[in-house]
Write a protein that binds this ligand. Sequence first.
Ligand SMILES: [Zn+2]
Length: 246
Amino acid sequence: MCEKCARDTDAGISRSRRSFIHLAGSGLGLALSGVAVAKETKPPPKPQNVLSPDAALKRLMEGNARYVDGVARRHDFKHEREALAGGQNPFAAVLSCADSRIAPEYGFDTGRGDLFVCRVAGNFAGTETIASLEYAVAVLNTPLILVLGHDACGAVDATLKALKDNTSPPGHIPSLVDAIAPAAKAAMQQGGDVLNKAIRQNVVDNVGKLKSAAPILSAAVEQGKLKIAGGIYRLTTGTVDLIAQG
Ligand SMILES: [Zn+2]
């Protein structure tokens, strides 16, 4: 065990991890009723983050409006640090592109412990990302997942080019192309503004993928404990347009 892991073992977060591992090994065919056993029993460090799925989405969009208007709040990072040392209860999870111009914590004017953010070029839900989001929902009780695409996405553009030219990009980039290809192909068939259509389709596809991700996410959606929405971040204004909800 490395020094960091040894330290983590003493931290509150690792209790959640152990619960999750226990949960994963306990025959996960169970619905979320079984998950309740694994949840944090101590009071949430941020009581204001205990929200319904709809209230969480409302808060997220209100934060985006402040960011767009240039009236973002001043966050008290110093004092929050202590409250969050022993745990976390983010009110939303965001699956965003890795693009440096997209910063979910800024874009939704949130503090530490508010957003559980997974980022990958092309904002698609691969296995590790689904597992991360399962952790957020099953262990941290996060009531909302937002899949966030954006204008002029380089990963989507590269996928369209690779498909059009029938070429394979260098290195490990083909793994991104493979993941985005279904949305890109659908957009190419439609014609018109293919890049924007592919960006949108990629968000819609991944919202659908997460909603049907059994057994944890699909059950949470069914029970009304989780909402999964999709949005597009507009580069020039900072506005997030919601395009899919459920
Ligand atoms: Zn991108």
